[in-house]
Design a protein around this ligand. Structure first.
Ligand SMILES: NC(=O)c1ccc[n+]([C@@H]2O[C@H](COP(=O)([O-])OP(=O)(O)OC[C@H]3O[C@@H](n4cnc5c(N)ncnc54)[C@H](OP(=O)(O)O)[C@@H]3O)[C@@H](O)[C@H]2O)c1
Length: 414
Protein backbone atom coordinates (compact mmCIF):
# COMPACT_ATOMS: atom_id res chain seq x y z
CA UNK A 1 0.00 0.00 0.00
CA UNK A 2 1.23 3.52 -0.76
CA UNK A 3 -0.13 6.52 1.14
CA UNK A 4 -1.20 9.74 -0.55
CA UNK A 5 -2.22 13.26 0.42
CA UNK A 6 -4.21 15.80 -1.57
CA UNK A 7 -3.49 19.52 -1.12
CA UNK A 8 -6.60 21.54 -2.15
CA UNK A 9 -10.04 19.90 -1.98
CA UNK A 10 -11.66 22.02 -4.69
CA UNK A 11 -12.99 20.96 -8.08
CA UNK A 12 -10.03 18.82 -9.10
CA UNK A 13 -8.87 17.67 -5.65
CA UNK A 14 -12.33 16.36 -4.77
CA UNK A 15 -12.47 14.65 -8.18
CA UNK A 16 -9.19 12.86 -7.42
CA UNK A 17 -10.54 11.67 -4.05
CA UNK A 18 -13.72 10.46 -5.77
CA UNK A 19 -11.85 8.50 -8.46
CA UNK A 20 -9.51 6.93 -5.87
CA UNK A 21 -12.61 5.51 -4.15
CA UNK A 22 -14.78 4.74 -7.19
CA UNK A 23 -12.05 3.09 -9.24
CA UNK A 24 -10.07 1.58 -6.37
CA UNK A 25 -9.83 -1.96 -7.81
CA UNK A 26 -8.72 -0.86 -11.27
CA UNK A 27 -6.19 1.59 -9.79
CA UNK A 28 -4.79 -1.11 -7.48
CA UNK A 29 -4.41 -3.50 -10.43
CA UNK A 30 -2.66 -0.87 -12.56
CA UNK A 31 -0.41 0.47 -9.82
CA UNK A 32 0.41 -2.99 -8.45
CA UNK A 33 -0.62 -1.86 -4.97
CA UNK A 34 -3.37 0.12 -3.30
CA UNK A 35 -3.20 3.93 -3.16
CA UNK A 36 -4.60 4.96 0.20
CA UNK A 37 -5.70 8.58 0.73
CA UNK A 38 -4.51 9.56 4.21
CA UNK A 39 -4.82 13.37 4.32
CA UNK A 40 -6.69 16.13 2.50
CA UNK A 41 -5.28 19.59 3.16
CA UNK A 42 -7.61 22.54 2.72
CA UNK A 43 -8.47 25.86 4.32
CA UNK A 44 -12.07 24.85 5.00
CA UNK A 45 -13.80 21.96 6.75
CA UNK A 46 -15.88 19.60 4.63
CA UNK A 47 -18.05 17.95 7.31
CA UNK A 48 -20.45 16.30 4.84
CA UNK A 49 -17.82 15.01 2.45
CA UNK A 50 -16.53 11.42 2.26
CA UNK A 51 -13.08 12.70 3.30
CA UNK A 52 -14.30 14.62 6.37
CA UNK A 53 -12.19 12.43 8.68
CA UNK A 54 -9.02 13.11 6.69
CA UNK A 55 -9.21 16.91 6.39
CA UNK A 56 -6.20 18.72 7.85
CA UNK A 57 -5.14 22.37 7.83
CA UNK A 58 -1.47 22.13 8.66
CA UNK A 59 0.91 21.36 5.79
CA UNK A 60 3.61 20.21 8.24
CA UNK A 61 1.54 17.07 8.90
CA UNK A 62 2.05 15.99 5.28
CA UNK A 63 5.67 17.11 5.04
CA UNK A 64 6.76 15.32 8.20
CA UNK A 65 4.80 12.07 7.77
CA UNK A 66 7.26 9.51 6.33
CA UNK A 67 4.33 7.26 5.37
CA UNK A 68 3.17 9.81 2.76
CA UNK A 69 4.93 8.97 -0.48
CA UNK A 70 2.48 10.61 -2.93
CA UNK A 71 1.28 14.21 -2.85
CA UNK A 72 -1.31 15.74 -5.20
CA UNK A 73 -1.23 19.54 -5.52
CA UNK A 74 -4.59 20.89 -6.69
CA UNK A 75 -4.65 24.20 -4.79
CA UNK A 76 -3.71 26.33 -7.78
CA UNK A 77 -1.74 29.59 -7.77
CA UNK A 78 1.95 29.99 -6.97
CA UNK A 79 1.90 30.73 -3.28
CA UNK A 80 1.99 28.59 -1.16
CA UNK A 81 1.72 25.84 -3.83
CA UNK A 82 5.34 26.31 -4.90
CA UNK A 83 6.88 26.15 -1.42
CA UNK A 84 4.67 23.17 -0.43
CA UNK A 85 5.62 21.26 -3.60
CA UNK A 86 9.33 22.01 -3.10
CA UNK A 87 9.18 20.82 0.50
CA UNK A 88 7.43 17.59 -0.51
CA UNK A 89 9.97 16.83 -3.25
CA UNK A 90 12.84 17.55 -0.84
CA UNK A 91 11.21 15.22 1.68
CA UNK A 92 11.39 12.44 -0.94
CA UNK A 93 7.72 12.44 -1.94
CA UNK A 94 6.40 12.14 -5.50
CA UNK A 95 4.36 15.19 -6.50
CA UNK A 96 1.55 15.31 -9.03
CA UNK A 97 0.08 18.68 -9.96
CA UNK A 98 -2.69 20.05 -12.19
CA UNK A 99 -1.39 23.60 -11.74
CA UNK A 100 -0.20 25.07 -15.09
CA UNK A 101 0.82 28.38 -13.53
CA UNK A 102 3.17 26.51 -11.19
CA UNK A 103 4.60 24.28 -13.94
CA UNK A 104 5.13 27.18 -16.33
CA UNK A 105 6.72 29.51 -13.75
CA UNK A 106 8.71 27.07 -11.58
CA UNK A 107 8.73 23.80 -13.53
CA UNK A 108 12.46 23.88 -14.29
CA UNK A 109 13.45 24.27 -10.64
CA UNK A 110 10.90 21.71 -9.42
CA UNK A 111 12.07 19.17 -12.01
CA UNK A 112 15.66 19.62 -10.83
CA UNK A 113 14.69 19.14 -7.20
CA UNK A 114 12.74 16.02 -8.17
CA UNK A 115 15.78 14.60 -10.04
CA UNK A 116 18.11 15.34 -7.10
CA UNK A 117 15.72 13.59 -4.72
CA UNK A 118 14.96 10.71 -7.11
CA UNK A 119 11.22 11.27 -7.07
CA UNK A 120 8.58 11.87 -9.75
CA UNK A 121 7.21 15.31 -10.55
CA UNK A 122 4.29 14.77 -12.94
CA UNK A 123 1.87 17.32 -14.41
CA UNK A 124 -0.31 15.70 -17.09
CA UNK A 125 -3.43 17.59 -15.97
CA UNK A 126 -1.76 21.00 -16.30
CA UNK A 127 -2.35 21.07 -20.09
CA UNK A 128 -5.49 19.90 -21.87
CA UNK A 129 -7.24 18.74 -18.68
CA UNK A 130 -8.02 15.06 -19.21
CA UNK A 131 -6.39 14.79 -22.65
CA UNK A 132 -3.23 12.70 -22.48
CA UNK A 133 -0.78 15.08 -24.15
CA UNK A 134 2.15 15.46 -21.73
CA UNK A 135 2.65 11.68 -21.43
CA UNK A 136 2.19 11.38 -25.20
CA UNK A 137 5.12 13.75 -25.67
CA UNK A 138 7.54 12.19 -23.19
CA UNK A 139 6.50 8.57 -23.72
CA UNK A 140 4.71 7.76 -26.98
CA UNK A 141 6.59 10.27 -29.15
CA UNK A 142 9.91 9.93 -27.38
CA UNK A 143 11.72 8.85 -30.55
CA UNK A 144 10.22 11.62 -32.64
CA UNK A 145 11.44 15.11 -33.42
CA UNK A 146 8.41 17.31 -32.78
CA UNK A 147 8.02 19.85 -35.57
CA UNK A 148 4.80 21.58 -34.65
CA UNK A 149 2.18 21.69 -31.94
CA UNK A 150 -1.04 23.61 -32.53
CA UNK A 151 -3.79 23.49 -29.99
CA UNK A 152 -7.18 24.74 -28.96
CA UNK A 153 -6.12 24.72 -25.33
CA UNK A 154 -8.79 26.78 -23.59
CA UNK A 155 -12.36 25.51 -23.34
CA UNK A 156 -13.84 28.85 -22.24
CA UNK A 157 -12.69 30.75 -25.32
CA UNK A 158 -13.58 27.85 -27.58
CA UNK A 159 -17.09 27.83 -26.11
CA UNK A 160 -17.40 31.59 -26.77
CA UNK A 161 -16.07 31.35 -30.34
CA UNK A 162 -18.34 28.37 -31.08
CA UNK A 163 -21.39 30.36 -29.88
CA UNK A 164 -20.34 33.28 -32.09
CA UNK A 165 -19.87 30.94 -35.04
CA UNK A 166 -22.97 28.77 -34.73
CA UNK A 167 -25.48 31.27 -33.34
CA UNK A 168 -24.09 34.55 -34.66
CA UNK A 169 -23.77 35.80 -31.07
CA UNK A 170 -21.74 38.91 -30.23
CA UNK A 171 -18.65 38.40 -28.06
CA UNK A 172 -20.19 39.98 -24.93
CA UNK A 173 -23.35 37.84 -25.15
CA UNK A 174 -21.36 34.63 -25.64
CA UNK A 175 -19.08 35.53 -22.71
CA UNK A 176 -22.09 36.20 -20.48
CA UNK A 177 -23.54 32.80 -21.33
CA UNK A 178 -20.19 31.13 -20.60
CA UNK A 179 -20.19 32.85 -17.19
CA UNK A 180 -23.78 31.80 -16.45
CA UNK A 181 -22.92 28.18 -17.26
CA UNK A 182 -19.83 28.32 -15.03
CA UNK A 183 -17.38 27.90 -17.94
CA UNK A 184 -15.92 31.40 -17.51
CA UNK A 185 -14.73 33.14 -14.34
CA UNK A 186 -16.30 36.44 -13.22
CA UNK A 187 -12.92 37.96 -14.19
CA UNK A 188 -12.44 36.17 -17.52
CA UNK A 189 -9.27 38.00 -18.58
CA UNK A 190 -6.85 35.05 -18.17
CA UNK A 191 -8.95 33.10 -20.67
CA UNK A 192 -10.16 35.74 -23.14
CA UNK A 193 -6.83 37.60 -23.28
CA UNK A 194 -5.07 34.34 -24.21
CA UNK A 195 -2.84 34.07 -21.10
CA UNK A 196 -4.11 30.60 -20.13
CA UNK A 197 -3.49 29.27 -23.65
CA UNK A 198 -0.06 30.92 -23.57
CA UNK A 199 0.99 29.12 -20.37
CA UNK A 200 -0.10 25.81 -21.88
CA UNK A 201 1.69 26.27 -25.21
CA UNK A 202 4.79 27.37 -23.26
CA UNK A 203 4.69 24.05 -21.34
CA UNK A 204 4.11 22.04 -24.54
CA UNK A 205 6.95 23.84 -26.34
CA UNK A 206 9.28 23.10 -23.42
CA UNK A 207 8.19 19.45 -23.46
CA UNK A 208 8.86 19.23 -27.20
CA UNK A 209 12.26 20.93 -27.15
CA UNK A 210 13.51 19.73 -23.77
CA UNK A 211 14.34 23.32 -22.82
CA UNK A 212 12.71 25.98 -20.67
CA UNK A 213 10.16 28.31 -22.32
CA UNK A 214 8.48 31.19 -20.54
CA UNK A 215 5.16 32.68 -21.45
CA UNK A 216 6.59 36.20 -21.61
CA UNK A 217 8.54 35.03 -24.68
CA UNK A 218 5.38 34.21 -26.59
CA UNK A 219 3.44 36.81 -28.58
CA UNK A 220 -0.12 36.56 -27.24
CA UNK A 221 -3.42 37.95 -28.50
CA UNK A 222 -6.83 37.08 -27.09
CA UNK A 223 -10.29 36.98 -28.63
CA UNK A 224 -11.82 40.22 -27.29
CA UNK A 225 -11.46 42.03 -30.63
CA UNK A 226 -13.20 39.25 -32.62
CA UNK A 227 -16.71 40.24 -33.69
CA UNK A 228 -19.81 38.59 -35.11
CA UNK A 229 -19.05 40.38 -38.42
CA UNK A 230 -15.71 38.52 -38.63
CA UNK A 231 -17.64 35.27 -38.30
CA UNK A 232 -20.03 36.31 -41.09
CA UNK A 233 -17.03 36.66 -43.41
CA UNK A 234 -15.47 33.42 -42.08
CA UNK A 235 -18.67 31.48 -42.79
CA UNK A 236 -18.80 32.94 -46.30
CA UNK A 237 -15.26 31.62 -46.85
CA UNK A 238 -16.09 28.19 -45.36
CA UNK A 239 -13.88 28.89 -42.37
CA UNK A 240 -14.06 29.28 -38.62
CA UNK A 241 -12.05 31.32 -36.12
CA UNK A 242 -10.24 29.51 -33.29
CA UNK A 243 -7.89 30.68 -30.56
CA UNK A 244 -4.76 28.70 -31.35
CA UNK A 245 -1.56 28.22 -29.40
CA UNK A 246 1.08 27.30 -31.93
CA UNK A 247 4.70 26.26 -31.63
CA UNK A 248 6.92 25.43 -34.60
CA UNK A 249 10.30 23.88 -33.96
CA UNK A 250 13.09 23.86 -36.47
CA UNK A 251 16.68 23.00 -35.62
CA UNK A 252 17.55 24.64 -32.33
CA UNK A 253 14.92 27.37 -32.66
CA UNK A 254 11.25 27.55 -31.73
CA UNK A 255 8.59 29.96 -32.88
CA UNK A 256 5.44 30.30 -30.80
CA UNK A 257 2.31 32.43 -30.81
CA UNK A 258 -1.17 32.61 -29.32
CA UNK A 259 -3.76 34.31 -31.53
CA UNK A 260 -7.19 33.89 -33.09
CA UNK A 261 -6.69 32.22 -36.47
CA UNK A 262 -9.06 31.42 -39.33
CA UNK A 263 -8.98 27.76 -40.27
CA UNK A 264 -10.78 25.81 -42.99
CA UNK A 265 -12.80 22.62 -42.69
CA UNK A 266 -9.85 20.55 -43.90
CA UNK A 267 -8.05 21.37 -40.64
CA UNK A 268 -8.76 18.70 -37.97
CA UNK A 269 -9.10 21.47 -35.34
CA UNK A 270 -12.08 22.92 -37.25
CA UNK A 271 -14.42 20.36 -35.68
CA UNK A 272 -13.29 21.05 -32.09
CA UNK A 273 -16.33 22.83 -30.70
CA UNK A 274 -17.71 24.08 -27.39
CA UNK A 275 -15.64 23.49 -24.27
CA UNK A 276 -13.61 20.72 -25.91
CA UNK A 277 -9.88 20.99 -26.55
CA UNK A 278 -7.87 19.61 -29.46
CA UNK A 279 -4.14 19.39 -29.98
CA UNK A 280 -2.48 18.66 -33.30
CA UNK A 281 1.10 17.42 -33.20
CA UNK A 282 3.33 17.13 -36.26
CA UNK A 283 6.36 14.95 -35.80
CA UNK A 284 9.12 13.84 -38.12
CA UNK A 285 8.31 10.19 -38.77
CA UNK A 286 4.73 9.80 -37.58
CA UNK A 287 3.37 12.93 -39.25
CA UNK A 288 0.18 14.48 -37.87
CA UNK A 289 -1.59 13.13 -34.81
CA UNK A 290 -4.54 14.70 -33.07
CA UNK A 291 -5.55 14.57 -29.41
CA UNK A 292 -9.09 15.55 -28.54
CA UNK A 293 -11.28 15.57 -25.46
CA UNK A 294 -12.34 17.36 -22.29
CA UNK A 295 -9.80 20.04 -21.59
CA UNK A 296 -11.16 20.84 -18.13
CA UNK A 297 -13.74 19.76 -15.57
CA UNK A 298 -13.69 17.79 -12.35
CA UNK A 299 -13.54 14.14 -13.39
CA UNK A 300 -11.72 14.48 -16.76
CA UNK A 301 -8.92 16.50 -15.15
CA UNK A 302 -8.83 14.31 -12.04
CA UNK A 303 -8.54 11.26 -14.31
CA UNK A 304 -5.24 12.66 -15.64
CA UNK A 305 -4.04 13.29 -12.07
CA UNK A 306 -4.87 9.70 -11.10
CA UNK A 307 -2.98 8.33 -14.13
CA UNK A 308 0.06 10.31 -12.91
CA UNK A 309 -0.41 8.88 -9.41
CA UNK A 310 -0.36 5.36 -10.83
CA UNK A 311 2.73 6.11 -12.91
CA UNK A 312 4.49 7.51 -9.83
CA UNK A 313 3.74 4.27 -7.95
CA UNK A 314 4.95 2.16 -10.87
CA UNK A 315 8.09 4.28 -11.18
CA UNK A 316 8.67 4.60 -7.45
CA UNK A 317 12.27 3.35 -7.62
CA UNK A 318 13.07 4.71 -11.08
CA UNK A 319 11.50 8.16 -11.54
CA UNK A 320 10.19 9.17 -14.93
CA UNK A 321 12.23 11.66 -16.87
CA UNK A 322 9.35 13.95 -17.86
CA UNK A 323 10.12 17.59 -18.48
CA UNK A 324 12.99 19.76 -19.61
CA UNK A 325 16.53 20.82 -18.78
CA UNK A 326 17.63 23.98 -17.02
CA UNK A 327 18.51 25.64 -20.32
CA UNK A 328 16.71 28.42 -22.16
CA UNK A 329 15.05 27.54 -25.46
CA UNK A 330 16.04 29.89 -28.28
CA UNK A 331 12.85 31.62 -29.45
CA UNK A 332 12.44 33.30 -32.83
CA UNK A 333 10.55 36.58 -33.25
CA UNK A 334 6.87 36.05 -34.09
CA UNK A 335 7.51 38.00 -37.32
CA UNK A 336 8.93 34.75 -38.71
CA UNK A 337 5.48 33.12 -38.74
CA UNK A 338 3.98 32.78 -42.19
CA UNK A 339 0.25 33.18 -42.74
CA UNK A 340 -2.29 34.47 -45.22
CA UNK A 341 -4.20 37.46 -43.80
CA UNK A 342 -7.87 38.34 -43.63
CA UNK A 343 -8.19 42.12 -43.67
CA UNK A 344 -11.35 44.25 -43.36
CA UNK A 345 -11.35 47.68 -44.97
CA UNK A 346 -13.91 50.49 -45.07
CA UNK A 347 -15.36 51.48 -48.45
CA UNK A 348 -15.71 49.72 -51.79
CA UNK A 349 -13.01 47.40 -53.14
CA UNK A 350 -13.46 48.63 -56.73
CA UNK A 351 -12.37 52.15 -55.72
CA UNK A 352 -9.23 50.93 -53.97
CA UNK A 353 -7.94 48.45 -56.52
CA UNK A 354 -4.61 50.18 -57.09
CA UNK A 355 -3.94 50.85 -53.44
CA UNK A 356 -4.69 47.21 -52.58
CA UNK A 357 -2.49 45.88 -55.38
CA UNK A 358 0.37 48.16 -54.28
CA UNK A 359 0.14 47.10 -50.64
CA UNK A 360 -0.77 43.41 -50.81
CA UNK A 361 -0.29 42.27 -54.42
CA UNK A 362 -2.93 39.83 -55.64
CA UNK A 363 -5.60 39.32 -53.01
CA UNK A 364 -9.08 37.79 -53.04
CA UNK A 365 -11.94 40.19 -52.30
CA UNK A 366 -14.92 39.18 -50.15
CA UNK A 367 -18.01 41.36 -49.93
CA UNK A 368 -20.73 41.17 -47.28
CA UNK A 369 -23.94 42.57 -48.71
CA UNK A 370 -25.39 45.52 -46.79
CA UNK A 371 -22.15 46.65 -45.16
CA UNK A 372 -19.96 49.72 -45.72
CA UNK A 373 -16.83 47.62 -46.08
CA UNK A 374 -15.15 44.70 -47.82
CA UNK A 375 -12.49 42.19 -46.91
CA UNK A 376 -9.33 40.84 -48.48
CA UNK A 377 -7.71 37.46 -48.24
CA UNK A 378 -4.08 38.16 -49.01
CA UNK A 379 -1.41 35.80 -50.27
CA UNK A 380 1.13 34.28 -47.93
CA UNK A 381 3.57 36.59 -46.12
CA UNK A 382 5.96 36.44 -43.24
CA UNK A 383 4.29 38.38 -40.44
CA UNK A 384 7.07 40.99 -40.36
CA UNK A 385 6.52 41.68 -44.05
CA UNK A 386 2.73 41.83 -43.72
CA UNK A 387 3.03 44.39 -40.91
CA UNK A 388 5.12 46.68 -43.14
CA UNK A 389 2.61 46.33 -45.98
CA UNK A 390 -0.33 47.02 -43.66
CA UNK A 391 1.39 50.15 -42.29
CA UNK A 392 1.98 51.28 -45.90
CA UNK A 393 -1.71 50.76 -46.70
CA UNK A 394 -2.84 52.65 -43.58
CA UNK A 395 -0.51 55.57 -44.37
CA UNK A 396 -1.91 55.86 -47.91
CA UNK A 397 -5.46 55.69 -46.52
CA UNK A 398 -4.77 58.46 -44.02
CA UNK A 399 -3.38 60.66 -46.79
CA UNK A 400 -6.65 60.16 -48.64
CA UNK A 401 -8.59 61.06 -45.48
CA UNK A 402 -9.96 57.52 -45.08
CA UNK A 403 -9.87 54.95 -42.34
CA UNK A 404 -7.31 52.21 -42.78
CA UNK A 405 -7.55 48.56 -41.85
CA UNK A 406 -10.47 47.76 -39.50
CA UNK A 407 -9.53 44.22 -38.65
CA UNK A 408 -6.80 41.67 -39.32
CA UNK A 409 -7.02 37.95 -38.61
CA UNK A 410 -4.35 35.43 -39.53
CA UNK A 411 -5.41 32.63 -41.85
CA UNK A 412 -3.80 29.21 -41.47
CA UNK A 413 -1.62 28.14 -44.35
CA UNK A 414 -1.79 24.37 -44.76
N1 LIG B 1 -11.03 23.28 -12.81
C1 LIG B 1 -10.55 22.74 -13.91
O1 LIG B 1 -11.28 22.30 -14.79
C2 LIG B 1 -9.05 22.61 -14.07
C3 LIG B 1 -8.56 21.93 -15.21
C4 LIG B 1 -7.17 21.78 -15.35
C5 LIG B 1 -6.32 22.31 -14.40
N2 LIG B 1 -6.84 22.97 -13.32
C6 LIG B 1 -5.90 23.51 -12.36
O2 LIG B 1 -6.00 22.77 -11.15
C7 LIG B 1 -5.77 23.62 -10.03
C8 LIG B 1 -6.95 23.54 -9.09
O3 LIG B 1 -8.10 23.99 -9.77
P1 LIG B 1 -9.57 23.86 -9.15
O4 LIG B 1 -10.50 24.26 -10.23
O5 LIG B 1 -9.74 22.55 -8.49
O6 LIG B 1 -9.51 25.02 -8.05
P2 LIG B 1 -10.48 25.23 -6.79
O7 LIG B 1 -11.80 24.58 -7.05
O8 LIG B 1 -10.44 26.66 -6.45
O9 LIG B 1 -9.77 24.39 -5.63
C9 LIG B 1 -8.65 24.80 -4.94
C10 LIG B 1 -8.81 24.35 -3.50
O10 LIG B 1 -7.59 24.56 -2.80
C11 LIG B 1 -7.88 25.22 -1.59
N3 LIG B 1 -6.73 26.04 -1.16
C12 LIG B 1 -6.32 27.23 -1.66
N4 LIG B 1 -5.23 27.66 -1.00
C13 LIG B 1 -4.98 26.73 -0.06
C14 LIG B 1 -4.00 26.62 0.97
N5 LIG B 1 -3.07 27.56 1.15
N6 LIG B 1 -4.02 25.54 1.76
C15 LIG B 1 -4.95 24.59 1.60
N7 LIG B 1 -5.92 24.64 0.65
C16 LIG B 1 -5.93 25.70 -0.17
C17 LIG B 1 -9.09 26.09 -1.92
O11 LIG B 1 -9.75 26.48 -0.75
P3 LIG B 1 -10.70 27.81 -0.79
O12 LIG B 1 -11.77 27.51 -1.78
O13 LIG B 1 -11.20 27.92 0.59
O14 LIG B 1 -9.80 28.94 -1.22
C18 LIG B 1 -9.91 25.12 -2.77
O15 LIG B 1 -10.68 24.24 -1.98
C19 LIG B 1 -5.50 25.01 -10.61
O16 LIG B 1 -4.12 25.19 -10.74
C20 LIG B 1 -6.15 24.94 -11.98
O17 LIG B 1 -5.53 25.81 -12.91
C21 LIG B 1 -8.17 23.13 -13.14
Amino acid sequence: MMYAAIMGYGTIGSGVAEILTECKDKITRSAGQEICLKYVLDLREFPDSPVADRIIHDFQVIESDPQIRLVVETMGGLNPACSFVKACLKAGKHVITSNKALVEAHGTELMEIARENKVNFLFEASVGGGIPIIRTLYRCLMGEEIQEITGILNGTTNFILTKMDQEGAAFEKALKEAQELGYAEQDPSADVEGHDTCRKIAILTAMATGREVHYEQIHTEGITRITDVDFQYARKMGMSIKLLGTARISGDKALAMVAPVMIGSENPLYGVRGVYNGILVKSQMLGETMYYGSGAGKLPTASAVVADLIEAVQQDKEPVSAGWRNEQQLMEESGKFRYRYFVRIEGAAAQKKEQIQKAFGDAETIVLEGTDEFALLTGEFFEEEFVKRAIGFDTESQKAGEDGIRQMIRVQVQ
